[in-house]
Design a protein around this ligand. Structure first.
Ligand SMILES: O=C(O)CCC(=O)C(=O)O
Ligand SMILES: [Fe+2]
Length: 309
């Protein structure tokens, strides 16, 4: 399998406590920073999540997606892509703030619930670590993003199932940016995830022992576009189903998001985005405004600061 240009970074130094690891941590941090600036994407190896838990989770999703449409459609967090890309993929999303999806789950709920809860807890711990690393990469105190996001109830774990491509159509998930802080993706064994850079699509080869991390719009805006929230998509391979799993590290809806002074006033740069409440931005996205507000007309309603030219 050809190696992809998206860097794979060994984060094992973050799981060891000896002093000698400081050098290893510094190296990993620099690699992550470079990847966030260049691609908005990186892969992590030795991430501390047991590979058994990851494959058991994918197996659970496979079983879940094999149940009848009637049963799946009875679940509040189940979505089959029927409109924009008819029947190309389906997903099941759990937000752990509301466990109602489990209460009506048709398929062996106790085992399903246990596996997904365990997986979400692994992803949350890893997310907390990544949040510290990303803060440091931005030159902020390590607990900066943790203090800012400070509530994990909007995070979501999603299982995705892509149907095999047809001869003339291989769209899986159309090109998009993720709106939240960052996303952790497990591609398992079938590739298809691609990142846009400089007008090209860069494929990320699947790797059972690595996770993919991508920066979302919130961090792009906070950093005033220093870290990129890259456009990405999933293309469907022919003749095989694809299963993946994504953990969305999110924000509370009432959080205010705007470029931080550290990346604007303190360094004499103009903000590239206007501020917004996270929920307001999610609403904008539903109306097909899929990027953070950055165009001149987006700034019209600004009253809390003026944009210098
Ligand atoms: O299925 C994947 O590999 C990625 C899915 C994705 O980009 C998303 O759900 O936002
Ligand atoms: Fe995505």
């Amino acid at each position: 399998m050809a190696s992809s240009a998206i860097p794979a970074i060994d984060v094992s130094p973050y799981f060891r406590s000896d002093e000698e690891n400081e050098e290893g941590k510094k190296k990993a941090m620099e690699q992550i920073r470079d990847a966030c600036v260049s691609y908005g994407f990186f892969q992590i190896a030795n991430h501390g999540i047991p590979l058994d838990s990851l494959s058991t989770t994918i197996d659970m999703y496979k079983t879940f997606f094999a149940t009848s449409d009637e049963e799946k459609l009875s679940l509040p967090d189940y979505l089959k892509s029927t409109q924009e890309s008819a029947g190309t993929y389906e997903h099941f999303r759990i937000r752990f703030s509301s466990s109602s999806a489990f209460d009506v789950c048709p398929n062996n709920p106790p085992a399903f619930r246990q596996v997904l809860e365990e997986m979400a807890s692994h992803f949350t711990k890893l997310g907390v670590l990544l949040e510290r690393i990303i803060s440091e990469c931005l030159g902020l105190p390590p607990d900066f993003l943790g203090n800012y996001t400070n509530d994990r109830s909007r995070d979501a774990l999603m299982g995705l199932h892509y149907f095999p491509a047809e001869e003339d159509e291989n769209t899986g998930k159309p090109a998009h940016e993720d709106p939240g802080c960052f996303t952790i993706v497990y591609q398992y064994e079938v590739g298809g995830l691609q990142v846009q850079k400089g007008g090209q699509w860069i494929p990320i080869a699947p790797c059972k022992d690595k996770l993919v991390v991508n920066i979302g719009d919130v961090i792009q805006v906070l950093s005033n576009n220093k870290f990129k929230s890259a456009i990405h998509r999933v293309v469907r391979p022919t003749e095989t189903h694809r299963y993946s799993c994504a953990f969305f590290y999110n924000l509370q809806g009432d959080k205010w998001v705007e470029p931080l002074p550290q990346f604007t006033t303190e360094i004499g740069e103009s903000p590239e985005y206007r501020g917004f409440h996270f929920d307001e931005y999610l609403q904008l996205r539903l109306r097909n405004r899929s990027h953070p507000p950055a165009r001149p007309e987006d700034f019209i309603h600004i009253t809390h600061y003026s944009i210098s030219s």
